[in-house]
Design a binder for this molecule. Structure first.
Ligand code: ZN
Length: 252
């Protein structure tokens, strides 16, 4: 049997690069068209290769490939869309970007659709523009819950369904809690309760201002961490790296 492969243009971002033989690389790319794909970049490690510059982690580009839906595709060209130089020169931004990529890759194992890709790229670009990487990451994490099939309850009390007297949020208990259902959960600020909902529904690409207090940032991150631990079963190495990095920066 003969397989005809045609050249396709795909847009995407490189998640991982692995050396292959003396001079080649295998890339994992999250693409808008096909979700996560594996690509052979022949000769990409050679000095003169036209693939050399783009065949690396965090390259956001248009890729020309011979698409193979049964295995590795072959890379023939790369046109960089944005070189993400602010991210690539900042260890904190790099670690959040890598965490986001790893998380989205896991989400795409459950489900693939273009919305997930668009949320990913919008988040990466906002981090590149200089918006707080932790807040952008939290927004993406909240949005991914729907695609992981574990949407939080943030329209009413997660326990009784009451829409009034919402007093706090709890990752363990699945979302909002009203004053009747709250037991000994920590009480977050009203701001935080509103922000969680806003984050969940906001179009990331339209964000133009993020003015969030330290307290709300901490409370939101705490809610999301608890929620992921309790409901998603995901353990991502890059997340623990971010936590370690934060500890190091506090020591400084
Ligand atoms: Zn309740």
């Amino acid at each position: 049997m003969i397989y005809y492969m045609e050249i396709k243009d795909v847009t995407g971002i490189v998640i991982t690069e692995l050396p292959y033989s003396e001079s080649s690389k295998i890339l994992n790319i999250i693409t808008r068209e096909y979700g996560v794909i594996g690509v052979m970049a022949k000769g990409a490690a050679k000095l003169k290769s036209k693939l050399r510059a783009g065949a690396s982690k965090l390259t956001y580009a248009k890729f020309q490939i011979y698409y193979n839906d049964k295995g590795l595709s072959n890379l023939t060209g790369i046109d960089i869309i944005d070189n993400l130089k602010n991210i690539k020169t900042d260890i904190t931004k790099i670690s959040f970007a890598c965490y986001i990529l790893e998380l989205v890759k896991q989400v795409m194992k459950h489900e693939y659709n273009e919305n997930i890709y668009d949320i990913l790229i919008a988040s990466i670009l906002k981090i590149e523009e200089g918006y707080d990487p932790q807040v952008i990451t939290n927004i993406l994490e909240l949005k991914m819950l729907e695609y992981l099939g574990v949407k939080p309850i943030i329209d009413s009390c997660a326990t009784c369904g009451n829409k009034t007297n919402i007093i706090t949020i709890s990752g363990d208990r699945g979302g909002y809690l009203c004053s009747n259902c709250r037991q000994n959960e920590y009480i977050v600020s009203d701001k935080t309760i509103k922000l969680i909902r806003m984050f969940y529904y906001v179009d990331i690409s339209k964000i133009s201002k993020l003015d969030i207090s330290k307290e709300s940032k901490r409370e939101i991150d705490m809610f999301i961490s608890e929620y992921y631990d309790r409901y998603t079963g995901l353990y991502l190495k890059s997340k623990s790296f971010i936590k370690d990095l934060e500890k190091l920066q506090k020591v400084k």
